[in-house]
Design a protein around this ligand. Structure first.
Ligand code: TIU
Length: 219
């Protein structure tokens, strides 16, 4: 176990019992024409973290740690998409509609793939999740338990939606979670800052935060 410089205090990092969890770094959120843009967001904000995420992923792979990627995605018949999720608000394109990268947030469509810079390698776990949290209606907890994982190092988008929901789900299941602050992003900078602050508040009530250089230093 190596102490990793983190907030609100050192994180007891143990690679053998850790998974790197990369949330929803998919074209639907990061490229124009996907779900993120259809909601009215500026997707260029999210593109800025790709080099830092790629650097951590590369170092983690070299160290031999477990890697898990997630995609927010639905079955082609939308049977796993609650009408409340599909019909809420007034996006330009709804989940399941045809867009420039195929059907929005539908499994197998071009827009639903993880961006090429972070493409999963053979043998890495990819979780398709119908919700914002990666534990809801997925085998993630069973897979991590079977692999002896008790710590989650988290990156991805968006900080206050799928990342925060997943961290809270993981925390309630007993994982020690570390969020890498320069490897997560929101369409709303104030929401990112608030999420980082609330994760580590009250003595790491949800988890820890650190800069990726502090993880790279111990990997
Ligand atoms: N809209 C938004 O900020 N995020 C999502 O809908 N999904 C994820 O965060 N992946």
């Amino acid at each position: 176990m190596k102490p990793l410089d983190a907030l609100p205090f050192a994180y007891p990092f143990d690679l053998a019992h850790s998974a790197l969890l990369i949330i929803d770094m998919q074209r639907d959120f990061i490229e124009p024409g996907g779900f993120g843009e259809s909601l009215g967001n500026d997707v260029t904000l999210l593109q800025a973290i790709v080099p830092a995420v790629a650097q951590v992923l590369d170092a983690w792979r070299r160290a031999g740690g477990m890697v898990v990627h997630t995609r927010e995605s639905h079955r082609a018949d939308l049977s796993d998409c609650p009408p409340a999720k599909r019909l809420r608000g007034s996006p330009r394109l709804r989940i399941g509609d045809d867009g420039p990268m195929g059907r929005i947030l539908v499994q197998g469509e071009p827009g639903n793939q993880i961006i090429p810079a972070l493409a999963p390698l053979a043998g890495e776990t990819v979780i398709d999740k119908p919700g914002k949290g990666a534990f809801y209606a997925t085998p993630l907890h069973a897979l991590l338990t079977q692999a002896g994982i008790s710590q989650i190092v988290c990156m991805g988008v968006t900080t206050e939606v799928c990342v925060q929901t997943t961290l809270r789900e993981a925390n309630d299941r007993g994982y020690d979670c570390l969020l890498l602050e320069d490897c997560t992003e929101s369409y709303f900078p104030a929401f990112k800052a608030a999420t980082l602050a609330m994760v580590r508040a009250q003595g790491a009530i949800v988890g820890w935060t650190a800069h990726s250089r502090d993880l790279l230093a111990v990997l």
